[in-house]
Design a protein around this ligand. Structure first.
Ligand SMILES: Cc1ncc(C[n+]2csc(CCOP(=O)(O)OP(=O)(O)O)c2C)c(N)n1
Ligand SMILES: [Mg+2]
Length: 370
């Protein structure tokens, strides 16, 4: 008998196809993924992990100020972003490194921001409309909803899925307790925006467990706002891809917004400034490490008779990407400090000019120049 688990899951931890009852509406979409596509997903996931681990190491070695790991959340990020169409706009929080890679962001541009030498990181117009990282918790949900309202009001649905646009916005379990996120839900539902809210429930908001954030499973909150809410196993890339694809299609076709709660786990620390051993147990970590999304997909592909040489090739590419990142990070130059003043106002401003003059004098007082 199929399970009554409300979570959409298609492959189990052992890689075997064992769909839950909730997965039924999504099975056809998942079945359409051929082996090549799935190997592509694994490639994205392994590359993301390599970048993540290398960036965390670079932080430890003093080359960047901070790093927020995506380790453990690769299936949620790759499954969802690969389900988006090229014309869809994507609004990330700050650990969506897998999504960034899928949208063509060079990892060194993420690291430059975390090193503190750029304010933005990349040009969304040149990177598949992948918007800048947002560190103010939940605020990107409002940016995304405003953008989606613009699409709704300015661009009538054409019915052509190649042309109609949707918006995909990422946020965490902690962000669901922010006013911004709840306001975004209200406006999205009121205006029936073409939008999918993608919540990565990684079980922690720094040291606050999700059980303290919510007395009810987070996907259930959607119904109070008047949108569908779907809970998916966020470590199952097939399930994430199929659910996100279906709800983005609904959004593009004018059927309104939806919330996806992807159940996953932040195997890494919150950031490199955090020590998770202070607040979570080794047992919990071990339980989720055993459910690693990369291993799950790899096991599945092995069962589909994908040969060892494919995994070796992916691993070798990942090692190259990591060393390329290291090489580029070591070559990053600090921008002139005068840059700080250049984009405050569109036109020259006496206060900014005075502050800049002060900095120039100050630096000159100990022999530096900006
Ligand atoms: C408005 C605001 N309040 C507090 C913080 C400090 N802060 C940074 S990350 C974080 C936890 C966010 O947790 P969650 O939304 O679950 O995302 P995760 O880091 O787990 O991906 C907090 C409170 C912030 N950046 N912005
Ligand atoms: Mg979280």
């Amino acid at each position: 008998m199929a399970s009554t688990d409300p979570t959409v899951r298609i492959i189990g931890d052992d890689g075997v196809i064992a769909p839950t009852e909730a997965a039924e509406p999504y099975l056809e979409r998942a079945a359409a993924l051929d082996e090549e596509r799935l190997v592509g997903f694994l490639t994205d996931m392994v590359h993301t992990r390599a970048v993540d681990v290398e960036a965390a190491n670079l932080q430890r070695q003093g080359h960047l100020a901070l790093w927020a790991p995506s380790y453990g959340q690769e299936a949620a990020q790759i499954g969802s972003s690969r389900a988006a169409r090229a014309q869809d706009a994507i609004f990330p929080a700050y650990r969506e490194h897998g999504v960034a890679l899928v949208r063509g962001v060079d990892p060194v541009d993420i690291v430059r921001m975390m090193r503190g030498v750029t304010h933005g990181g990349w040009d969304p117009a040149a990177h598949g409309n992948f918007r800048p990282y947002t560190l103010v918790i939940g605020s990107q949900t409002l940016h995304a909803t405003g953008y989606a309202m613009g699409i709704r009001l300015d661009a009538p649905v054409s019915g052509d899925p190649e042309r109609d646009e949707a918006v995909l916005v990422y946020f965490g379990d902690g962000a669901t307790a922010q006013g911004d996120t709840n306001e975004a839900f209200v406006f999205a539902a009121s205006y029936q925006t073409p939008q999918v809210f993608f919540l990565q429930n990684n079980h922690w908001a720094i040291s606050v467990p999700v059980t303290r954030q919510s007395r009810t499973p987070l996907y259930k909150r959607a119904s109070g706002f008047g949108m569908p809410g779907v809970q998916v196993d966020g470590n199952d890339v097939l399930a994430v891809f199929a659910v996100t694809g279906a709800l983005l299609d609904d959004a593009r076709a004018g059927r309104g917004p939806a919330l996806i709660e992807a159940l996953t786990y932040r195997i890494g620390a919150h950031t490199t400034a955090d020590d998770p051993t202070k607040y979570r147990t080794d047992e919990e970590l071990a339980e989720w490490t055993a459910r690693d999304p990369l291993l799950r997909l790899r096991r599945h592909l092995e069962q589909r008779s994908v040969g060892a040489e494919v995994f070796e090739r992916i691993d070798a590419e990942a090692a190259d990407i990591a060393s390329d990142l290291r090489r580029k990070v070591l070559a990053v130059q600090d921008p002139p400090r005068s840059l700080l003043f250049e984009h405050v106002y569109h036109e020259p401003h006496p206060l900014i000019a005075a502050e800049q003059a002060w900095l120039t004098d100050y630096e000159a007082s100990y022999g530096e120049s900006s």
